[in-house]
Design a protein around this ligand. Structure first.
Ligand SMILES: Nc1nc2c(ncn2[C@@H]2O[C@H](COP(=O)(O)OP(=O)(O)O)[C@@H](O)[C@H]2O)c(=O)[nH]1
Ligand SMILES: [Mg+2]
Length: 226
């Protein structure tokens, strides 16, 4: 739920996906990328991690990012724990989310498992995905061999009814799909995918009652600078 308080806007963005798809690594890389100059956002403080001794996420990770100019938008960014048995925890972390970034482990043999997590997300969000909550897809680990690509995932989204036909005005809100690598030294599309989600959450907010309209695209340029 976008919160506007004392002239500041607080937005919650959530990285969602199966165990070990790279969500924590993405948040770490995003943190390092935005610590450098030249981005629209900068991290505030450190990333909070609630993890097991093995380093896998136990509950969630959380990072706070602030828009640079003007300095009034704050993105509270979470990752969920992808462990199968933790779906109740995922549900809790999902509450109040304004934008979702679904992180798939793109290795071909994991496609079905990724889809299970997409289904779980869809069922939790009760038809709000795309209509009320923008959805961005990351096909992560593209540096590995034998990975699924954008076209394969578009077919998945169509089957799951998370895709609007190109004939409709609303198809501009179709999930944007990024082929990514989260490893810092081979990083690909980590900032871009976050930025697109952040931008869409603001565009959705300015739309009528959270409903999106193609007219909102006019605000794109303004919001790109946030
Ligand atoms: N090759 C490769 N490995 C990755 C990538 N992203 C994450 N990993 C590795 O995958 C493992 C799980 O990553 P992690 O971020 O903990 O996954 P999470 O469970 O989704 O938070 C770690 O060993 C990461 O280094 C990537 O883009 N490429
Ligand atoms: Mg994690």
């Amino acid at each position: 739920m976008v919160i506007i308080k004392s002239g500041k806007t607080y937005i919650k963005i959530l990285y969602w996906g199966m165990y070990a798809s790279g969500k924590t690594t993405i948040l770490d890389t995003l943190y390092m990328l935005t610590k450098k100059n030249g981005k629209h956002i900068t991290p505030v403080g450190e990333i909070t991690k609630i993890e097991r001794a093995s380093g896998s996420t136990l509950y969630f990770d959380r990072g706070l990012f602030q828009s640079i100019s003007p300095k009034k938008v704050f993105y509270m960014t979470y990752t969920v724990s992808g462990q199968r048995s933790f779906s109740a925890l995922r549900k809790k972390v999902f509450e109040g989310t304004d934008g979702i970034i679904f992180v798939a482990d793109s290795q071909s043999h994991l496609l079905d498992e990724n889809i299970e997590y997409l289904k779980e997300l869809k069922s939790l969000s009760q038809n709000k995905l795309i209509n009320k909550i923008p959805l961005i897809i990351m096909l992560n680990k593209q540096d590995l061999g034998n990975t699924i690509k954008t076209n394969t995932f578009i077919e998945v989204l169509k089957r799951e009814r998370l895709w609007i036909n190109s004939g409709s005005h609303f198809s501009i809100w179709n999930p944007k799909i990024y082929e990514t690598c989260a490893l810092f030294d081979r990083e690909k599309n980590i900032y871009q995918s976050f930025h697109e989600c952040a931008k869409r959450t603001l565009l959705y907010k300015v739309g009528r009652g959270g409903e999106t309209s193609p007219n909102n695209l006019e605000l794109n340029i303004k919001i790109n600078n946030i």
